[in-house]
Design a protein. Sequence first.
Length: 371
Amino acid sequence: MPVCLIGLGSNQGNRRHKLEAAVARLAAHPRIHVAAVSSWRETASVGGPAGQPTFLNGALTAETALSPQDLLAVLQQIERDLGRRPGERWGPRPIDLDLLLYDEATLNTPLLELPHPRMAWRRFVLEPAAEVAATMRHPTTGWTVARLLEHLNTATSYVAITGGIAAGKSRLARRLAEALPAQLIAEEPDWPRLDAFYADPAGQGWPTELEFLNQRAGLLGGGKGDRSNLCAAPGTDRRLVRPFRQIGPVPFSAPWAVSDFWFDQSPAFARAWLPPEQLPAFIDRWKEVRRGVPRPKLIVLLDAPAETLLARLRSRGRPCEQRLTEEQLERIRQAIREQTRQGDVGPVLRLSNADRDDALTEVLAAVRAAE
């Protein structure tokens, strides 16, 4: 039978009694076999209204003959039976049962998303889950539960925000840095360079993408040593590319850092702009520089549709961007989305609209849950 991972939590009433009652009801179901139950852990509330009581959290694994949808219905009925009622999102609740994994199934419906869309960076989920399901695989990241927890424990406390042109990366990064607070690491666009690039992508693609690669590495502290060799592709005039320069503070100077770019977006933009014959050389250079760049604990992908991005470009009125087309923006968007699905990327929080106030709330809650 399929193996599922279920998260449990409570911060109202007799928490332990509620959790144990939920486990007992699941174990009594004729089509569910509870295999293992974690210890209970005291955790602070994340997101939602301030001043909530602390949670008691745990996890269990179970084998079931139920479909994911039918299992969700069982979990929701147990919640109702134990006193849960509709309320404010992330508000206090007597019992919370989340279907986290169902084997390695992926599902995205209005009622159920698998794997659970936020489990990959929630410490209060991963710590108890690792007790009972360390080797279960998260199908979106490709990582085991144990590896996801190790990532939280070892990765730099750093959030990278990525997305297409005009996705809202800089605005969200500034707001997040102010709210945490955190060190802000921001790109410094060379507008004359971009103007020349958008006018002639085929001729200016290589030097422009290499300049972005070098600047991002420098901002993240990966610019040690002489990397002038990174600036030459076959047939490229070296004078077209500025020499590498380290311009960022090393190490990060605050408990958290936030950047308005993701270093690994560089190959995505390169795939969208460079001719096929130049791409292998660029990827080799990106891999070399990447070894000295810290990996983010959390990646935030702003995935707005191309028509939305084009409307934003038109409204903000930068002359060099007016040449961009919806087709080009969609090509970049798809390349970044594909890059976030690579096997060594890690947790990605996907948001459709950075302009909504709840986008900041969502990212803040994700950062606090990863601490």
